[in-house]
Design a protein around this ligand. Sequence first.
Ligand SMILES: NC(=O)c1ccc[n+]([C@@H]2O[C@H](COP(=O)([O-])OP(=O)(O)OC[C@H]3O[C@@H](n4cnc5c(N)ncnc54)[C@H](OP(=O)(O)O)[C@@H]3O)[C@@H](O)[C@H]2O)c1
Length: 229
Amino acid sequence: MKTALVTGASSGIGKAIGQALLLEGMTVIGLCRSVEELPEGIAPLPCDLRETEQIKAAFSTLDHLDILVNSAGLAYLSRLSDGDPEQWEEMWRVNVHALGLCSQLALSLFPDAGGHILNLSSMSGHRVPPTGGFYASTKFAVRAISEALRSELKSSGNKTRVSCLSPGFVDTPLLDKYFAGREEKLAETRASIDLLTPEAIAASAVHILTAPEGVEVHDLMIKSADQAM
Ligand SMILES: NC(=O)c1ccc[n+]([C@@H]2O[C@H](COP(=O)([O-])OP(=O)(O)OC[C@H]3O[C@@H](n4cnc5c(N)ncnc54)[C@H](OP(=O)(O)O)[C@@H]3O)[C@@H](O)[C@H]2O)c1
């Protein structure tokens, strides 16, 4: 039975992926702060991903992993010209630094035959939306980290696979934070786009994580058919 660690399993996409992996018969560990929000059957691993020492301490309690899903992340509007640098820092720490550190720590827990890391990037990691601000830079960074790690692993003969998922708008609590103070814009977006569900993203995560041995999906860009770009 495979063991998967899902960061951000208390909400949205991470929660749906955790539940889908349970249905695949895996043991699932959920890393997050709100462990009381974890679905039944997911083992809690409390951790604040802004804190390096907490991340190291959390991973030191584990002895084996087959899969790491880096889903934890947050999006503030945070424009470059007048955004709040403290919000930039929080996004950078959770979306980028913690994702890199969790990946590094997971490598030593994977089997000799290799594990699988799945990172949540975004359509905002492929193009910069007009209101994307600093968030887009963190999602471009997720793709850069994924590509760099893939290349490092291959040059050392490590069979661990590294994949990305890049969704457009998904109906999760993240959108409330991103559109805070612009609720009309969120209502407009909801009216014009049939938003993706977290379950739709989880189905793609299962496709990637159960791909036949030797098959490595690099990145899946997924958006609602209503979303223009
Ligand atoms: N929703 C979208 O439209 C969309 C689109 C493209 C990509 N994405 C990406 O998909 C991923 C998941 O987003 P989502 O929409 O599912 O968001 P969400 O519903 O708001 O969930 C965010 C998750 O991240 C965890 N998290 C945030 N800060 C944390 C911290 N300091 N320490 C530990 N965990 C933390 C939260 O757990 P706790 O609060 O319990 O700690 C929560 O489980 C993110 O990387 C996001 O950038 C989302």
